[in-house]
Design a protein around this ligand. Structure first.
Ligand SMILES: [Fe+2]
Length: 320
């Protein structure tokens, strides 16, 4: 008898080698104490490790990021994960694309593949756990029976704890070059775009609608790190708690069209953002998402407050 109930869709698909997840980011920041306050308030577990801070999700302890001291905020590198059987094929594929493999940067010795993307950002590709989801985790409403109050007192609100890093959105001067590099070299697929303004890319082995996204600017830079939270209520509670701690600049509550996620962006001390995100679209390994080019005025967000002008400013370009 076929055990239909135990069926799980395959978490990989056979085609050219591709990374499947974001493993970790390493960000340099000018003030580690301010960083510790911000990311801890956001709901991450922040720990000191020598001269760096580590950022982990509280539930599973997974280390998503490291913060290193630097003159200004800048992405030091992003590590992507692949399946073990894809590692050597990826090495050959990357080199066949004319991309030069580099030595690890000082202090980050590893057996990974090191390369630079279309904008010169340092990338590591290594074998690692698949952090991108394998299935959609449906969000439900917590229901109280009729005749009962459903919401707790504010003092009884539990702090929001993001479940995982969902995606990274980078500024780039060249959207077409970003799409070309991340699809041709690393094997991501274009999910959707709005002309040459913004593009969203997903992993072919099952991932959110986007794990990397790109917004056009006059220089490379980090726009936001997006963190998945379980419910829409968590998006609101997270935003409120951050405002209570003085982190009241940002954008939200709203809902995107491309990705469909509910969002609230909190401005970090360096002028980029951390996003509380919930219920983003999922693209299984078994299907080809029909990517399209969408008019920006119809696809940026479905509802939400007016976009603050500073939201689309690339502070790394302003600082350069
Ligand atoms: Fe986002």
């Amino acid at each position: 008898m076929t055990a239909i109930g135990g069926f799980k869709p395959p978490a990989r698909r056979g085609q050219r080698p591709a990374i499947h997840s974001i493993g970790e980011f390493v960000l340099s920041v000018p003030d580690l104490a301010r960083a510790q306050d911000f990311y801890a308030a956001f709901g991450l577990h922040v720990a000191e490790q020598g001269a760096t801070l580590t950022l982990a999700t509280a539930g599973d302890g997974y280390r998503w990021g490291r913060l290193v001291p630097g003159a200004r905020k800048a992405m030091h590198h992003v590590t992507f994960h692949c399946f073990a059987e894809d590692f050597e094929p990826l090495r050959r594929h990357i080199e066949a694309q004319g991309v030069r493999l580099l030595d690890p940067p000082p202090g980050f010795d590893s057996n990974g593949l090191w390369l630079r993307d279309h904008d010169g950002m340092l990338i590591e590709v290594t074998v690692g756990v698949k952090t991108s989801p394998d299935e959609k985790r449906l969000v439900g409403w917590a229901e109280a029976p009729a005749g009962q109050r459903n919401a707790p007192y504010r003092r009884m609100t539990r702090p929001v704890q993001p479940r995982r890093l969902a995606h990274i959105l980078r500024f780039t001067p060249d959207i077409a070059a970003a799409i070309d590099f991340y699809s041709r070299v690393l094997g991501l697929r274009l999910s959707d775009r709005s002309g040459d303004l913004i593009a969203f890319m997903h992993g072919v082995h099952g991932s959110d609608h986007h794990l990397m996204a790109f917004s056009r600017s006059n220089a490379p830079g980090l726009h936001h790190l997006s963190w998945d939270v379980p419910t829409l209520g968590d998006v609101g509670i997270g935003a409120m708690a951050m405002a209570d701690r003085g982190y009241d600049r940002g954008w939200g509550l709203g809902r995107h069209v491309l990705g469909s996620n509910y969002f609230h962006y909190v401005r970090d001390p360096w002028g980029s953002y951390c996003e509380y995100s919930c219920d983003i679209d999922f693209i299984p390994a078994t299907m080809d998402w029909q990517s399209a080019d969408h008019p920006p005025e119809d696809s940026f967000y479905l509802w939400g407050p007016q976009v603050p002008p500073e939201f689309i400013v690339n502070m790394e370009a302003a600082a350069a």
